[in-house]
Design a protein around this ligand. Sequence first.
Ligand code: GDP
Ligand code: MN
Length: 435
Amino acid sequence: MPIPVLQPLRRRVRYLSPLLWLALALLLEAGYHVSRFRVPAPELELDPPFYTSCQEPPDPGNGSAPAGARARESAALVMLARNEEAGAAQHSVASIERRFNRWFGYPYVFLNDRPWSEDFMATIRATTNASVAFEVIPPEQWTFPASLDKEKAQASIEKQGRDGIMYGGLTSYHHMCRFFSGAFYKLEALKKYKYYWRIEPDVDFSCSITYDPFVEMARHKKVYGYTIALGEEGTTCPSLFRQVADWKEAHSIRSTDLWRASMSPSRLPWPLRTFAKHLPHRDRRGDSWNLCHYWSNFEIADLDFFRAAPYQSLYAQLEKAGGFYFERWGDAAVHSLAVNLLAEPRKLHHFADFAYRHDYYYQCPANARDGQLPASGPLNAAEPRWAPERDDGVGCRCSCDSARPRNVGAYCLSKLREPTSTKRPWRTWVLGWVY
Ligand code: GDP
Ligand code: MN
């Protein structure tokens, strides 16, 4: 017997049911869509540290060995700097010499858009025995590209300054980001090198680096090494991801796990999500970049990756789009999207055993338990004391405080390590929904 009060409800349900089915279908579609971006965890760590304890460093000799004589890969330490940064540059060189280069003797290449001051050169020469080249960047590589409307670009830069976009109002900063995205790899001064280690004024390395990272990069066929990963300032690059994603589509490049790890899939069902494509950081399907990138003020990378046709083609498109000036695209974001797009995950290396600080951000590993070679003469000469050892430590004689958070961009670091790491911190999963 029908219950009278339920009659209108039944009618409504019958009337609603096509809509309920549709809603269910959309929900399933959205769920399926999101699931396609899941990155499976590998069964083994695919990118462990090259070493997880101190190694006996090469014999430093008596210090009179010819500079650069011990270098074993075709590589250089490269720093872009301004004359007025002599003290800060010296600080970085002293740090990397004490912790690494005293044993390895790799040459330095200093780059500047202006002629070097005597003071800068003397300061650096007094800080290292390695060979040092002071190069001036050709003016055409430190300016607006010829194809760009200079006045419009300048007006945009002024507006970015007024809008408070980080470094947006500084023309030189735009030139710098463009330089590190494109011309850098093709500089005459770097032609003879395959690998570079980029450093900046005022950085610190506070663990000892007792093996040759260039040799290990070569041995493991790595193209890009980093320490810190964090989220990009979104206002500097609203259209960058779209440009890269469009280039990817135009060249029919399939998504690697690393590309997927750098994206946040839209949670809207098709076709609703395609309407979101006009928002910043979206591809034309409406999915977005999670803004995670490697912090490029530290990089150990294979110059040939950037010199090769795919990267150069991508760079040409970015240059044409004008975003180095009409927005304030950073070279870190450009490099990161490019390697995540063009390199297989195993070609990347996270230098988890390096302690690195730039500004307020740092990575600080704990020291490896029983891995500190207490009797090593060269190590004791460089760093006789070190912070406490831990079972999960990978560092060598680190003096930074490893009790404090290890890596500022913890979300981005574990996100970008998803394709190569078996570890999935729950925090990353939770934050993935917020991002
Ligand atoms: P941040 O690290 O993004 O905060 O920016 P920095 O001011 O440290 O600049 C990044 C790098 O580019 C550093 O190595 C600077 O020395 C260098 N740099 C920035 N602007 C200029 C410039 O106008 N001329 C030169 N020669 N170097 C610059
Ligand atoms: Mn800096």
